[in-house]
Design a protein around this ligand. Structure first.
Ligand code: ADP
Ligand code: MG
Length: 244
């Protein structure tokens, strides 16, 4: 489903080099909800960008949904991003002048899909995400949690096999965050969607089946979360970060 082998990525800016990924390997072979944790600068966002086909590695294999994407053309990558995956960021990236529903349908409109089918799909999605009564409001009239639900609905429009989320609750209060993690967990469970979420919150990771701990550009270890609550996970994460 997801496979990285010996992935390297170096950023070069103004004569300075930063090795963001240094031979990273990781495999996810079962659908589910997964977390990536690690100190700031450990390469989490870089990894997510490569998995989502937003950037290419310098070397190594990146496979997503059974497809090698590390050497695809820009055009093929655009199709891959549209049809096979969904992406959710900390910033909700909604169009302020459009209603929630129109934001959700936008990728479909751009892809030339049938308007009536898009309307049916967006109706289904606002129901799934619990924002049916907010569908005709613009983002400014929605809470942060509601805006992020709109962004998630938009990511789900084409029913992708995988969703990538980079600190999706970074702009939300703790109650909205907790609700969002539960929602992501249930989407992953009920719709056989794999969700890979970067987070620094043990309470978020506690909703996931496995945590990949990153350090200095590699996945240093994994934590199986079976039966561990948020505080247990926080302790386990500390232990992994120290001994790694
Ligand atoms: P994380 O998400 O874990 O905080 P990142 O993947 O964003 O880490 O960054 C890893 C390293 O790469 C950091 O040292 C960061 O400064 C650097 N980096 C990330 N993106 C760029 C970029 N576009 N140009 C230059 N350096 C970058
Ligand atoms: Mg980051």
């Amino acid at each position: 489903m997801i496979r990285c082998v010996d992935v390297r990525k170096t950023y070069r800016t103004g004569g300075r080099e930063v090795q963001a990924l240094r031979g990273l390997s990781v495999t996810i072979d079962e659908p589910g909800f997964y977390a990536i944790m690690g100190a700031s600068g450990s390469g989490k966002s870089t990894l997510l960008h490569l998995l989502a086909g937003l950037d290419a590695p310098d070397s190594g294999e990146v496979s997503v949904c059974g497809k090698r994407i590390d050497s695809l053309s820009e055009r093929a990558l655009t199709t891959f991003r549209r049809d096979e995956i969904g992406i959710v960021f900390q910033q909700f990236n909604l169009i302020p002048t459009m209603t929630a529903r129109d934001n959700i349908e936008l990728p479909g409109v751009l892809a030339g899909k049938n308007a009536r089918e898009l309307r049916e799909r967006s109706t289904e999605l606002v129901g799934l995400l619990g924002i049916a009564d907010r569908a005709d409001h613009r983002p400014e009239a929605l809470s942060g949690g509601e805006q992020q639900r709109v962004a998630i609905a938009r990511a789900l429009l084409f029913a992708p096999g995988v969703i990538f989320a980079d600190e999706p609750t970074g702009n939300l209060d703790s109650r909205s965050s907790e609700a969002l993690w539960s929602l992501l967990a249930s989407i992953s469970r009920d719709h056989q969607t794999t969700i890979v979420m970067v987070t620094h919150e043990p309470s978020a990771a506690a909703h996931c089946r496995r945590v990949f701990v990153m350090q200095d550009g590699v996945v240093r270890s994994t934590i199986e979360t079976d039966g561990i609550d948020a505080s247990g996970l926080a302790a386990e994460y500390q232990r992994h970060s120290r001994t790694a």
